[in-house]
Design a protein around this ligand. Structure first.
Ligand code: ADP
Ligand code: ZN
Ligand code: ZN
Length: 803
């Protein structure tokens, strides 16, 4: 038997399956999707079996043998094997990277495999003999005894069970259990043999026999049966009790703010939207729905219903949420509705916890996974629905290889399983809304808040006017007044400091002008070296002005401020306010995010000050005021999505206020109140914003009218970085169709990271049939030649940012 193996070596000539011979004793264990150890060069490496075949074109005597099989049952399903092939091509990554990204990190560690008896009456004598008096045996014993085939048969019928024990103790959490042997007569014989002095042993045996279970912890024996550690050990020595380690799942604690599951009567709008989804589920149609509903319109309630239906039909569901909104509140809502049937996966979990959650899915013990991006690979076998909440979030795109988008993977899987996908958002990405407008996706709309609360009143504050009136603080007069009022009323306040991305643009504080590129409608990026402003879309450069080109004011400078500075100012202005700060610094340790939210929810603070992290998921009844200190930072990102991101963020942040009975008020401070992204976010007017933004995208030839691919070249030496970027750009220009625009090379907006200089080239195209093939060729040149010169080249199709 021959297997094809994708080995864990990410390097160019190795990016293909290699043939290995399977030694006879392993033949019965070989399955597609299992990992193996194989010799590679003079090393031993891991690999995935991607194919099994009888014959090979290669001379058999030259083939090496599989050394061992890591997984007795495959960790990659047939579906995921297929998906990995598609991802390899779609994201131009190594196949091994596509396979690895589907597995939890813990699975990269080495295993110990134990085989445990489940039903001894079904076992062959040979197997029973091998076990002897033991209940559990290491897998290797079966290999040594040549009994792998027999073992596997019993595993399949369930009379034996495979347990994976990760060698690093921390990975699988175990508790020590003491089990009473099954043979009751043996116990009674032992009991009769006890000497008169062994009173305690006698008591313990009698206590054990009186219990209905046969598995105990040391603690309960000591406490309940009132015996000592030594007594328990005496019984272990007499083989009455068996000591064993039992795998347990780590408990993921979730905090309880509101402990009830609100089962609600759906509104007419919700019912209408849900019925389309239900129909698709009934008809096994892989429709992609775009569920567009303002914040609080009851989208999550619809997700819960679609998942419920899926479970009722014995199918599983994947619920994706952006990492940032995977709050305890959110996961709690799913746990309340679906109980133990939910696995939760997010980056706050330890490697071991993630592994536990993954195993629940893999073993079919849960029906739903709620998780961030990578949960889209959950190894479910029969999906009934896949949901992406906040579908516009850029965190659904992985920034590292493999550069996949969870939305694309979800849609691929929905085709495989013939189930619907729901993309939900209050502010859909322009791409998705455009697709829905064209009928590629099916648009479902919710226009009203489910509980009929009014949307909060949003006030736009012109910071230029504040400056003219002599207010140099970061708090405008109306915001400061409102904070004071809410503090008096003991209501809660959320202050939002916009710190997203890279914000080194130059802004005039008198008139709000930001220096932009004439060609690209994108803010120019400040580069400290040489005091220059650069456009990284087209390469245009100019010196930093000392006067505003519009109003000649000298108040023109960079923009940006830290949360700590804001906190100091709050303390100065409102000395009695209790402030909680939530940013990267205060949420570094595990669980701190939850802790801060809980403190705020419990009313331990008046003001929650934070960055993007607080924009979503916050749902506390006492929040009545939301202040956005600086709306402009996202507006002037050097990114064609700047306006879209600003609109999304403002809408989302505003949604934090007045979600319950008390009315909410919002202040958005900005130097450019006339910008349409700010204006339309005042009343959450998505459609007018969409139409306006589409006109801009069309005019400047950006997505969704054109596709964009980013090719980035980095090197420690600035000249070489520029040189190879030029080589790559020229090569692409010479090889792609003339309808594709190849722009560059230009220095990247972030021109240096970790001592590597960064240059880039942008490809814009409407249709480029040669794209994948040509990029593969370019990558081949890079992997075979340029890489030796210290160059790193990356290709990102549909990048989420191009900084
Ligand atoms: P979204 O996900 O669109 O922000 P949610 O599903 O979280 O909206 O709903 C917002 C609030 O309204 C939640 O507190 C939810 O329990 C409640 N809700 C949702 N649907 C209904 C309904 N049909 N009737 C009453 N309350 C509802
Ligand atoms: Zn000015
Ligand atoms: Zn430009």
């Amino acid at each position: 038997m021959i297997v094809e193996v994708i080995v864990d070596v990410a390097a160019y000539p190795i990016d293909r399956p290699f043939d290995y011979v399977v030694p006879e004793h392993l033949e019965d264990l070989v399955e597609r999707g299992s990992r193996v150890h194989v010799p590679f060069g003079n090393r031993k490496v891991q690999g995935f079996i991607t194919n099994i075949k009888g014959e090979t074109d290669i001379d058999r005597t030259k083939l090496k043998e599989v050394l061992s099989i890591i997984d007795v049952e495959p960790v990659i399903t047939e579906e995921l094997l297929e998906l990995s092939k598609w991802m390899t091509k779609k994201t131009l990554c190594y196949e091994i990277d596509a396979l690895q990204v589907m597995l939890p990190a813990a699975l990269r560690a080495s295993y110990k495999k134990n085989i445990k008896i489940m039903d001894s009456s079904q076992l062959d004598d040979e197997i029973l003999e091998l076990f002897g008096k033991k209940e559990v045996l290491p897998y290797e014993e079966f290999e040594k005894a040549g009994m792998l085939r027999l073992m596997k048969r019993h595993l399949i019928e369930g009379s034996l069970l495979l347990e994976n024990i990760i060698k690093q103790q921390t990975k699988v959490k175990t508790v020590t259990k003491y089990t009473l042997v099954e043979d009751k007569q043996f116990i009674i014989d032992q009991l009769n043999k006890l000497t008169k002095q062994a009173v305690k042993q006698k008591e313990l045996i009698e206590w054990l026999l009186a219990q209905e279970r046969n598995s105990f912890t040391m603690q309960e024996m000591i406490q309940t049966a009132a015996v000592s550690n030594a007594t328990v050990h005496a019984l272990i020595n007499k083989k009455i009790l068996l000591k064993e380690l039992e795998e347990v799942y780590r408990e993921i604690t979730s905090l309880d703010y509101q402990d009830r599951d609100n089962r609600v009567q759906l509104t007419t709008e919700q019912k209408a939207a849900l019925s389309h989804i239900t129909n698709a589920q009934n008809n096994r149609e892989n429709t992609t729905f775009l569920l567009h509903g303002i914040t609080g319109s009851g989208k999550t309630e619809i997700y819960l219903h679609a998942i419920e239906k899926s479970i009722a039909e014995g199918k599983q569901a994947i619920m994706l949420v952006p990492e940032i909104s995977l709050t305890p509140q959110m996961t709690r809502r799913f746990k309340l509705r679906f109980g133990d049937q939910v696995a939760v996966m997010h980056s706050g979990l330890s490697t071991g916890e993630k592994f536990d959650e993954w195993r629940k899915i893999w073993r079919g013990e849960v029906m739903v996974v709620v998780g961030a991006r990578s949960a889209v690979f959950a190894p479910f076998k029969d999906l009934g629905v896949i949901i992406l909440d906040e579908e516009h979030e850029s965190s659904y795109k992985q920034e590292d290889t493999p550069r996949y988008h969870a939305r694309d993977v979800a849609i691929w899987r929905s085709e495989y399983h013939k189930c619907p996908v729901i993309l939900g958002s209050a502010t859909p990405s322009l791409e998705s809304y455009a697709r829905a407008s064209k009928g590629v996706y099916t648009l479902l709309t919710l226009t009203m808040r489910a509980k009929e609360q009014a949307l909060p009143t949003v006030n736009i504050v012109d910071m230029r006017a504040e400056l003219k009136n002599g207010n140099r603080s970061m708090f405008s007069v109306p915001l400061a007044d409102s904070i004071r009022e809410k503090l008096e009323k003991k209501e809660q306040i959320v202050l939002f400091l916009n710190k997203r991305g890279f914000s080194s643009f130059v802004l005039c504080r008198d008139c709000g002008t930001v220096v932009e590129c004439d060609q690209c409608d994108i803010s120019l990026t400040y580069h400290r070296e040489g005091e220059r402003l650069k456009c990284h879309y087209c390469g245009h450069e100019e010196p930093v002005p000392h006067q505003c080109p519009e109003c000649q004011s000298e108040h023109i400078r960079f923009f940006g401020t830290g949360t700590q500075k804001v906190e100091e100012e709050i303390t100065k202005l409102f000395p009695y306010a209790r402030v909680l700060r939530m940013d990267v610094d205060t949420t570094r340790t595990k669980g701190s995010h939850e802790r801060i939210l809980k403190q705020f929810g419990d009313g331990d603070a008046d003001i929650l000050l934070g960055t993007q992290m607080i924009a979503k998921g916050l749902d506390f009844p006492n929040i009545t005021l939301v202040g956005v200190l600086n709306a402009d930072t996202t507006l002037h990102l050097a990114d064609f999505r700047a306006a879209e991101k600003t609109f999304q963020l403002m809408t989302q942040v505003s949604g934090r206020a007045g979600r319950h009975d008390k009315e909410g008020i919002v202040f958005i401070q900005t130097y450019t109140p006339e910008h349409y992204a700010i204006e339309y976010s005042k009343d959450q007017l998505y459609e007018p914003f969409y139409h306006n933004e589409m006109i801009m995208r069309k005019q400047y030839e950006y997505p969704p009218f054109y596709y964009v691919t980013l090719v980035q070249v980095t090197h420690e030496n600035v000249l070489l970085a520029a040189e190879y970027a030029k080589l790559a750009t020229d090569w692409l220009r010479g090889n792609l169709s003339s309808t594709s625009m190849v722009i560059g090379p230009t220095a990247s907006a972030i021109s240096k990271i970790q001592n590597r200089y960064r240059y880039q080239c942008l490809i814009k195209y409407k249709q480029e049939p040669l794209l994948i093939e040509k990029l593969q060729q370019l990558i081949k040149i890079y992997r075979t030649e340029w890489i030796k010169k210290g160059v790193i080249l990356t290709v990102d199709l549909d990048p989420s940012t191009i900084l």
